[in-house]
Design a binder for this molecule. Structure first.
Ligand SMILES: [Zn+2]
Length: 122
């Protein structure tokens, strides 16, 4: 993801200030995730994408968020969703490879261990 330039960050911050003023929420921009104001002089902040649709799924930039809020949202929502999508897709296209041989005696192994101690094909 390309990093925003200082000018682009300034424009984004000021646009969010305007949005907050228009909504009657004060002069400071509002965090996209927690709803609290962001003071650009004291709080670290990130550009934030649609909370329901992460960037890797094509989500648009919808505002700015506190750095802590954005990182927590990423760790709890976006990254697990990314890996889940990847696993489901791999299973769907048949790309999943078993990690090792199946345990002896399970149905996947094709062998049955009888009470008498002999091994027979299922
Ligand atoms: Zn926040």
């Amino acid at each position: 993801m390309p990093r925003l330039s200082s000018t682009a960050r300034e424009k984004l911050y000021l646009a969010e200030c305007d949005k907050a003023r228009a909504a009657g929420l004060g002069d400071l921009p509002i965090c996209n995730l927690c709803g609290a104001p962001i003071d650009g002089r004291r709080d670290r902040w990130h550009e934030s994408h649609d909370p329901a649709i992460p960037r890797h799924m094509g989500g648009d930039v919808t505002g700015i968020a506190h750095e802590a809020c954005n990182l927590r949202h990423n760790n709890e929502h976006d990254t697990p969703l990314y890996w889940k999508i990847k696993r489901v897709r791999q299973r769907f296209i048949g790309a999943r490879v078993p990690k090792s041989r199946p345990m002896a005696g399970t149905k996947a192994s094709g062998w049955k261990h009888k009470m008498s101690g002999e091994w027979v094909r299922r």
